[in-house]
Design a protein around this ligand. Structure first.
Ligand code: 5GP
Ligand code: MN
Length: 333
């Protein structure tokens, strides 16, 4: 059941890298999600328990949605800025990020430091000195669990909690097609350490702010269904966020409404930001949305991907939908 045996991955390189350094900075991708945060904090604590010096670098304070993670923080974080410099003797571990561009300001830290890149995106750009990429893993948190298991590192209750947050977030709470027996076995092991998955369910999905529900309402008001093409899309304008005093992070999960419609294969959410349109893509069955994202410089998983487009909202919608329709003709079964 272990996914660690994947030949393209070399666990002994990871072991050597960790043994070779005393100080680590752990970073993840922009707009960090549950897998990213759960991975960064679980690996951080695992390394701390090996008596390593560990710092976690984020570029924004933990937002409302993930502030629950703070209740468990046994490892603090600092904010990475464009100008942040770090000591020479520090190694960097990048987690859950397919591409150094996705690291935001933290990508500046990559110069002159040794990088270990741990990720589960199939399109990972192998930007590290050591790249531990396992696309078969449901979450980056699952890779960390497998590494910890392989190395016989102790997983205490707090670490188990972060690992569970990571895997539950990326599997849609064990509902997505990446939920296999190895995931269920992992969750079983974490529950044996005292993790309460009902609490995590409440933390992740049961504490919506009313303004976020209104944001969902606005997006649903803009629902367009292209039934013959099996595509449904939503959009949110900058003014929607302004009028509701909502944060950009609050959009997480809204794209699922478009995907979860009967007879729809691809769901898309267009988000108007200051200088770009952020596009979230999801699919149900046959359509590899990472291929569509790649047409616009983005990427991701076959069933969950995204990209940022430097065009106005209307043009971005036209271009993405037209490409989406074209690719649907190719992939449709
Ligand atoms: P979301 O729609 O939740 O922002 O992103 C879903 C997934 O798509 C992410 O986990 C990530 O794998 C991928 N993704 C989203 N935006 C980008 C992007 O701009 N570039 C790349 N390479 N991947 C992205
Ligand atoms: Mn992930």
């Amino acid at each position: 059941m272990k996914k660690i045996t994947n030949k393209s991955n070399n666990i002994s390189q990871v072991a050597k890298y960790i043994a070779a350094w005393d100080s680590f900075i752990l970073i993840g991708h922009e707009d960090p999600d549950g897998d990213c945060l759960g991975s960064v904090f679980s690996l951080g604590l695992l390394l701390k328990n090996l008596d390593k010096k560990v710092k976690v670098g984020l570029y924004k304070p933990l937002n409302n949605k993930y502030s629950f993670i703070k209740n468990n923080l046994e490892l603090d974080y600092f904010i990475v800025e464009e100008t942040t410099e770090i000591k020479e003797d520090t190694a960097i571990i990048a987690l859950d990020s397919s591409d150094s561009e996705r690291l935001g300001p933290a990508k500046n830290l990559l110069q002159n430091h040794k990088i270990l890149n741990i990720d589960h995106h199939i399109d990972n750009k192998h930007f590290g000195d050591i790249n531990y990429v396992s696309p078969d893993s449901a979450a980056t948190g699952q890779i960390i669990y497998d590494i910890a298991d392989y190395m016989s590192w102790d997983i205490n209750k707090t670490i188990a909690y972060y690992l569970a947050v990571a895997v539950l977030a990326d599997t849609g709470f064990l509902r997505y097609s990446n939920t296999d027996r190895s995931v269920i076995q992992m969750i079983d092991q974490l529950m044996a350490k005292g993790v309460n998955i009902y609490e995590i369910n409440r933390d992740l999905y049961g504490k919506e702010k009313p303004k976020n529900l209104k944001l969902i309402g606005r997006a649903l008001n803009n629902l367009t269904i292209l039934e013959d093409e099996k595509i449904a899309y939503l959009y949110l304008e900058k003014k929607d966020y302004e009028e509701l005093d909502a944060n950009f992070e609050d959009k997480e999960g809204i794209v699922n409404y478009a995907r979860d419609i009967d007879n729809i294969e691809v769901g898309i959410l267009f988000n108007e930001e200051d200088d770009r349109v952020k596009v979230s893509l999801r699919s149900n069955d046959y359509y590899p949305v990472n291929k569509l994202a790649a047409e616009f410089g983005g990427g991701g998983h076959p069933k969950a991907a995204g990209c940022g487009i430097n065009l106005d909202l209307k043009t971005a919608i036209e271009q993405v939908i037209s490409k989406a329709i074209e690719l649907n003709k190719e992939y449709r079964r």
